[in-house]
Ligand binder design. Structure first.
Ligand code: SF4
Length: 415
């Protein structure tokens, strides 16, 4: 039996996609060490030019080792053709072809099958080996048109997974012992728009399934949080942490970035959710073209007013084919890095204060052993390090007292 190694680059959606590929590989043995593999499938990411180059240099490394290389994922859509023509990869397949991976890999002929950008995965993932939480992909694609983003052209327009299908998947996973569910997709807040449903309706239905203990959400867009969603904030099954992508806090920059959110509404929204005891994360891009000193200063002053406890910030990175590459006033990379650091320091401080305030009644799902500790996340999406002689892996524990340090939260459980 030929051995296959799946290399995953990029986001949660790609992790999920790799699970689907793994599940459909019937006539191959999956290995977790690339040196043992006959075939390596590169599930690539193309979100920035540098994401492209890391997939490319990985492929070069494989070429030197003489392995058969197959390209999948977002990079297949953007760079697949040139890599295929240059014979750097044996085959290329797009998102919609994941379910055919077994047949494709068996082919002795080179293949180039991008498929389409309108279909949704038919396969559902019923188990996540060695994982404590279950990832559910509820939708694919995005209808927004942010200046810097290539995703709509590589993942297609927003389309929602069938609601009954999602519910039956959750049911199966819950009966297999999963209690925590992470809803993912490209733009999950748009769930249901094409199905006369909504993310709020879906959440309510999932929460009613026996065994569902906690639901976590991937990244949401501020404009998608409607009244029906806000009404769910008091529900005990909703993780007390939301990740809402601002991308910037200068009104003018938001316009340059072709974002749909607006500063004053964003601030009110964050304050409202924070008052309910939530930890709040956001995405932020620094150094996008047009971020002059004046706009940066303005954005920074505004940023300080937001109750943000978790941050995913990046310095702007060019992505060919996007509107932002046509903009002239670029920001020096060194300046962008300095700006990024300022934001990170603010959020680090906010997070520390938040953890000090919320240091008891922490509901932790223990995920793994790390060094002397067993670690997991609490309901605020903060990592908790537990010192215990008991084997707590995959267990839910309640921490009444924790010691909050700058670098992390610590607790001990001894019975
Ligand atoms: S919302 Fe904007 S950044 Fe997010 S996937 Fe859509 S276009 Fe890209």
């Amino acid at each position: 039996m030929q051995k296959v190694f799946l290399k995953t680059f990029g986001c949660r959606t790609n992790i999920y996609d790799s699970q689907i590929m793994a599940q459909n590989l019937i006539d191959f043995q999956l290995v977790d060490d690339e040196t043992q593999a006959d075939i390596v499938v590169v599930n690539s990411c193309t979100v920035t030019n540098s994401a492209d180059s890391s997939a490319r240099s990985y492929i070069s490394k494989l070429e030197r080792s003489g392995k058969k290389v197959v390209l999948a994922g977002c990079g297949a859509m953007s760079k697949g053709e040139s890599l295929f023509q240059d014979e750097r990869v044996f085959g290329v397949f797009g998102h919609s072809e994941k379910k055919n991976i077994n047949t494709l890999l068996k082919s002795s002929q080179r293949f180039f099958q991008l498929g389409d950008l309108t279909s949704l995965d038919e396969s559902i993932v019923e188990d996540f080996s060695a994982k404590t939480k279950a990832f559910i992909k509820i939708q694919e694609g995005c209808d927004f048109n942010c200046s810097y983003c290539i995703i709509p052209s590589v993942r297609g327009r927003a389309r929602s997974q069938d609601e009954e299908k999602i519910l039956s998947q959750v049911q199966k996973l819950a009966s297999n012992g999963y209690g925590e569910f992470v809803l993912t997709g490209t733009n999950i807040g748009s769930y249901g728009k094409d199905k006369k449903s909504s993310i709020a309706t879906l959440l309510k239905r999932i929460s009613m399934i026996n065994g569902v203990k906690r639901i976590r959400l991937g990244s949401l867009e501020p404009v998608q949080l409607d009244d029906a969603f806000m009404e769910l904030l008091d529900e005990s099954w909703l993780e007390k942490h939301l990740h809402i992508a601002l991308q910037h806090t200068s009104e003018e920059m938001l316009q340059i970035m072709r974002r749909r959110n607006a500063l004053s509404r964003d601030l009110t929204l964050f304050e409202k959710i924070s008052e309910k005891g939530f930890a709040l994360g956001t995405d932020f891009i620094v150094g996008h073209p047009g971020e002059s000193q004046r706009l940066w200063d303005e954005g920074l002053e505004n940023f300080k007013r937001f109750p943000i406890t978790h941050l995913h910030a990046f310095t702007y990175s060019k992505r060919e084919g996007t509107h932002a590459t046509t903009l002239k006033d670029e920001v020096n990379g060194k300046i962008a890095k300095e700006r990024l650091k300022v934001l990170e320091e603010i959020v680090e401080k906010n997070n520390f204060l938040f953890r000090q305030k919320h240091n008891h009644d922490l509901l932790v799902l223990v995920e793994e052993k790390k060094g002397d500790y067993q670690v997991g996340y609490d309901q605020y999406f903060n990592k908790v390090h537990i010192d215990s002689m008991l084997d707590l892996e995959k267990e839910w524990v309640v921490i009444q007292n924790s010691e909050v340090k700058k670098e992390g939260t610590y607790a001990s459980i001894h019975q």
